[in-house]
Design a protein. Structure first.
Length: 456
């Protein structure tokens, strides 16, 4: 795709001034594909992984439209759904930066895990009619049941990381919320993957959508990737070996919160300065751990994938996958926490015998073999990676447990998920197009304002 500059889009001047101050000039591919169609009123089904700039892809055109006017005052005009409070906070921070020059556009982030004062503040903002509401499904349902929010005048309904919301069991909540919005509401969905359940949800909510799919990008070349092939009982010993030489700015990922707790306890016993991030913690506890990690008070963070979506730190030196993620996207997202801001980084994955077939999928996507490290001698023999007996063993175990061959991809059969529906060209009524802009020259006059530091 040819590079496109924000100056060449339909974004209004107030948004462009904010982007100029933030040193944003060129659109990412997902932004280039979505900004103008959203301003023109089209529903969007976007498939793009985390880190591609999709928050700006929907937030910039929506607040540009709201700033241009013509929407009800003292009403909720845009509702953005996010699976976790961390992502809701991140979107809200981006909103503050992008909307720096906007007058009369208010926003509120609504999520659980807070005290009564926070809930009262949310209730007040919702009843007054915040222009943009960023919410997690459970908390929003709570406010709806208390009649704290009126969605009857909603113009934009956005679902971010829709696949995560469905994985977390929010499908019914999303449909309950969708029943309260007007049929004329413009709907935008973003998802990292496109399984059948997301296609079904899109068919239910979207009207003649423009389908935009951005391919999963490969990890940064600066990330030094390697793996230990081992048995599950050897993983703690490998961690101990790693921490003999590396104890600073490390994130350890695991897909299960119970395992995160176990890893944390084992590291504490070894006198490693660490913290744990999982869904059982209160919001205050999560905020405290993140603050301590960002300020170097603790050296190691152990986290699940869900809360990892809100981690945006530039100086991570090493990422350790304690287990192999089931999806390639999750692997790319995890190791993408390191080697940021032009730095180098290390990514190590611990591959147990029954995870070998998952790791081979990742290697196939990367198009190369990842270096395998030798186990410390005292840990004994390692499994034979090339034999890969784990695949059939796992599949057989799942067949016995669930009475069928299919279970989370363990059967090894080809993925039967539906492909993306063909893009439809039916267009809704378009807003008038502004005259074509000149390419960004770098000479836009800056307004005199204090420095702002929004999340990218």
């Amino acid at each position: 795709m040819q590079k496109k500059y924000f100056e060449e889009t339909l974004l209004n001047d107030n948004i462009l001034d904010a982007l100029y101050d933030m040193r944003f000039e060129a659109c990412t591919p997902i932004q280039a594909a979505c900004i103008d169609p959203i301003i023109e009123g089209k529903d969007i089904m976007g498939v793009a992984q985390t880190g591609t700039g999709k928050t700006a892809a929907y937030l910039l055109p929506v607040i540009s439209c709201l700033d241009d006017g013509g929407y009800p005052e003292d009403a909720v005009n845009c509702l953005i759904m996010a699976p976790t409070r961390e992502l809701a906070q991140q979107i809200d921070q981006a909103m503050q930066g992008f909307g720096y020059y906007l007058d009369g556009i208010s926003s509120v982030a609504v999520y659980g895990g807070n005290d009564g004062n926070r809930y009262n503040n949310e209730m007040t903002a919702l009843k007054k009619g915040a222009s943009v509401v960023i919410a997690t499904p459970g908390r929003l349902i709570s406010h709806m049941q208390m009649n704290n929010i009126d969605l009857s005048k909603l113009s934009f309904f956005i679902l971010d990381e829709a696949d995560r919301m469905l994985d977390m069991g929010f499908s019914d909540d999303i449909l309950t919320i969708a029943k309260q919005i007007p049929k004329s509401c413009q709907t935008i969905m973003f998802s990292a993957t496109m399984p059948a359940k997301i296609e079904d949800l899109a068919k239910t909510l979207l009207k003649n959508p423009l389908n935009v799919k951005i391919a999963v990008s490969k990890p940064a070349e600066k990330i030094q990737q390697s793996a230990y092939v081992c048995y599950s009982k050897q993983k703690d010993g490998i961690l101990s070996e790693i921490f003999k030489t590396q104890q600073k700015r490390v994130i350890i990922f695991s897909g299960k919160k119970q395992r995160v707790k176990e890893i944390y306890r084992n590291l504490v016993k070894k006198n490693v300065s660490c913290g744990a991030m999982h869904s059982d913690l209160s919001q205050a506890e999560r905020d405290d751990i993140m603050f301590r990690f960002k300020s170097d008070t603790i050296d190691v963070l152990v986290a699940t994938d869900i809360v990892a979506r809100g981690i945006d730190i530039d100086d991570i030196q090493m990422v350790i996958n304690y287990d192999v993620p089931r999806d390639v996207e999750d692997y790319v997202h995890r190791i993408g926490r390191t080697a940021r801001a032009e730095r180098d980084g290390i990514a190590i994955t611990l591959v147990s015998d029954d995870e070998i077939y998952l790791f081979k999928r990742i290697e196939k996507f990367l198009g190369r073999k990842i270096e395998k490290n030798a186990l410390p001698a005292e840990l004994g023999e390692a499994p034979d990676y090339e034999a890969d007996k784990s695949h059939s063993t796992t599949a057989n175990r799942n067949r016995k447990r669930h009475g069928g061959a299919k279970h989370h991809g363990a059967s090894g059969k080809k993925d039967n998920s539906k492909t993306n529906p063909k893009q439809k060209n039916n267009e809704r009524n378009e807003k008038s197009m502004r005259p074509e802009r000149k390419r960004f020259s770098g000479k836009r006059k800056r307004k005199d304002n204090p420095t702002v530091h929004p999340e990218e």
